[in-house]
Design a protein around this ligand. Structure first.
Ligand code: ADP
Ligand code: MG
Length: 564
């Protein structure tokens, strides 16, 4: 018998390993990972957590499996949230800092996994543990209701005593997360604005700002710990009373010689097992509060209304007549009215120029065409069809948009231009680059078209970036071409080339160009002069110059006088 028992036990050790090191971080079958005391470090670790309550072969297998499960859930929500951010309307992030979104995607999503694990595992695990302990006591020592009930009483005690602290704990977790997000945002802004900070001698101030944010975020986490301690203390007093009751009961059993002295430890250990499982059950609510704070932040983003789209949007392929605006007004969410009652007609085959002082609403008007923004009043029509009724993707596939600020990615020049038309051949890319006057400087880059551009294209001059953006738009070969101040940083020669490329493109395209340079504007078929959200003059260059007191004329005169 001894031989067989030993053999079976050996087999079990290999298969399942040993049990019970008290839940601490143990060996290769657990990776809760030592966690720091701020939310980001903790959740970064939790994102990869894996565990097994067994050791041995089963433990290794189980560990690998749960780790993969954890990562999959986290990955799922991360990528879902990122996808969500990509579809938000352009005004959604006006009041948010980028670092905050980073924090939500990276550090708040693991809260979902944590909540899942707790809700799915704690109740069945605790019930099984309680049933086993009660069963063993009953089988070995007979019936002892006092032990069962004092043990089980820990569940309501843990729940009720900590309940008043739940709200406080959730809020503090929320504040700790917010402070972490602020720190992330400060780093992000510091990186982005590094040039401005250095040139203005603000690095001392920036450093102090970061120090303050970083230390606050640690401090906020201590606030969480303090709240958790208070909850623990509140449960401790009734808990000690319960434990004492059970302790006295078991010692009485020893004194009355119903059990031996050795049995005392055993019986009390089973009582502890019931106690721990009961606390797990009762404390489930308070333990979920931290995750709830993270969930709150995740679902805040998830629930932001995405770009509205009617279910059966009309498809559109090609534009034959042109773009028109009919009595359009647009007001930003913060109440700024950017466009008032604007009507215009930009037909295929013409270059339409938008001119006007800064803040007149030129960019806003341009954003309406691919429906980055939707007007509150009036209609934007493509070939006479209300843009609101079109399928958004289909509409955008018809538009090539050059933004006022060029967005480049840390990719090769080729890939950056190709963004305009995924799958464009190298010949197409080169042709577009030549038209945009970019071919020459690309040739001088260390690896030509294969040169990587670095963060936000930081290795290029503003004019070079603009030329790449124009090339990107031209390679797209979309019927509607919208350019927001594309020539502002170009030298006269390149500008001339770009303008003639635009003129050439206008043959079968709608070209809408926002410009300050007279040389660009003059080449347009139709000029619209915008001021305070209204079109106050329209016509060709000669027509507008003929108006003696015209705003456009004054604008031109100021420019030519400045140049002379
Ligand atoms: P322009 O391109 O002619 O210089 P814009 O179209 O960018 O002018 O801006 C028009 C007006 O709308 C300005 O008064 C500007 O302050 C305001 N505006 C622009 N973007 C936003 C925004 N996201 N939220 C609120 N107001 C905005
Ligand atoms: Mg603008």
């Amino acid at each position: 018998i001894l031989f067989w028992v030993a053999a079976v036990q050996l087999g079990l050790v290999v298969l399942v390993g040993g049990f019970g090191t008290g839940g601490g971080e143990r060996d290769e079958t657990e990776a809760w990972l030592s966690s720091g005391h701020d939310e980001a470090t903790r959740t970064e670790n939790a994102a990869n957590a894996g565990f097994s309550f067994a050791g041995g072969l089963l433990g290794l297998f189980d560990f690998r499996y749960t780790m993969r499960l954890t990562q999959r859930i986290n990955h799922h929500y991360r990528s879902k949230l990122f996808g969500r951010i990509q579809t938000l309307p352009m005004t959604a992030f006006d009041d948010e800092r980028i670092g905050d979104a980073v924090y939500r995607v990276m550090y708040d999503t693991p809260s979902i996994t944590e909540a899942c694990y707790r809700i799915a595992l704690t109740p069945p695990g605790a019930l099984i543990a309680i049933a086993m302990a009660v069963g063993i006591i009953a089988l070995t020592f007979g019936d002892h209701p006092v032990i069962y009930w004092t043990g089980l009483a820990f569940a309501p005690v843990a729940l009720l005593a900590t309940l008043p602290f739940a709200g406080m704990l959730r809020r503090r977790h929320g504040e700790a997360r917010k402070a972490g997000a602020t720190t992330t945002a400060t780093i992000e802004e510091g990186m982005t604005n590094i040039l401005a900070v250095q040139s203005l001698g603000g690095h001392g101030r920036e450093k102090r700002r970061f120090d303050r944010d970083s230390w606050t975020s640690f401090g906020r986490y201590r606030g969480v710990v303090l709240a958790a301690m208070l909850a623990f203390l509140a449960a401790l007093v009734p808990g000690v009373a319960l434990a004492a009751t059970s302790f006295l009961y078991v010692t009485d059993l020893v004194i009355e010689e119903q059990i031996s002295v050795g049995d005392f430890t055993l019986l009390f250990t089973y009582f502890t097992q019931i106690l721990i499982a009961s606390v797990d059950l009762g404390a489930l609510w308070i333990r979920l509060q931290g995750a709830a704070a993270g969930l709150n932040r995740v679902f805040f983003l998830m629930d932001l209304p995405g770009e509205a789209d009617s279910a059966e949007g009309q498809q559109i392929s090609g534009v034959t007549r042109g773009v028109s605006l009919d009595r359009v007004s647009y007001t930003y969410p913060d109440g700024t009215q950017a466009l008032r009652d604007v009507s215009l007609d930009a037909p295929v085959g013409q270059v339409t120029a938008l001119v006007g002082p800064a803040g007149a609403g030129k960019s806003t008007l341009a954003y309406l065409i691919p429906r980055f923004l939707s007007p509150q009043q009036g209609q934007v029509r493509i070939d006479g069809i209300d843009a609101e009724t079109l399928d958004r993707r289909s509409l955008r596939s018809q538009v090539a948009f050059v933004f006022q600020e060029t967005a480049l990615f840390d990719e090769t020049v080729l890939e950056n231009i190709r963004l305009g038309k995924p799958g464009a051949s190298e010949t197409e890319v080169r042709r577009a680059a030549r038209m945009a006057g970019a071919d020459e400087f690309i040739g001088r880059l260390p690896d030509g078209y294969q040169t990587r551009l670095g963060r936000s294209g930081g290795k290029l001059s503003v004019g070079q970036k603009q030329r790449l953006a124009i090339a990107r738009a031209l390679v797209r070969e979309a019927p509607i071409l919208v350019l927001d101040e594309p020539t502002s940083a170009l030298d006269h020669e390149t500008e001339g080339r770009v303008v003639s490329a635009l003129r050439q493109a206008a043959g079968e395209h709608v070209v809408l160009v926002i410009a300050h340079r007279l040389s660009t504007v003059r080449a347009a078929d139709q000029i619209l002069f915008l001021e305070s959200g209204r079109i106050i003059e329209r016509g060709s260059h000669t027509e507008l110059m003929a108006l003696p007191e015209g705003a456009y004329r004054r604008y031109v005169e100021l420019q030519t006088r400045g140049a002379a």
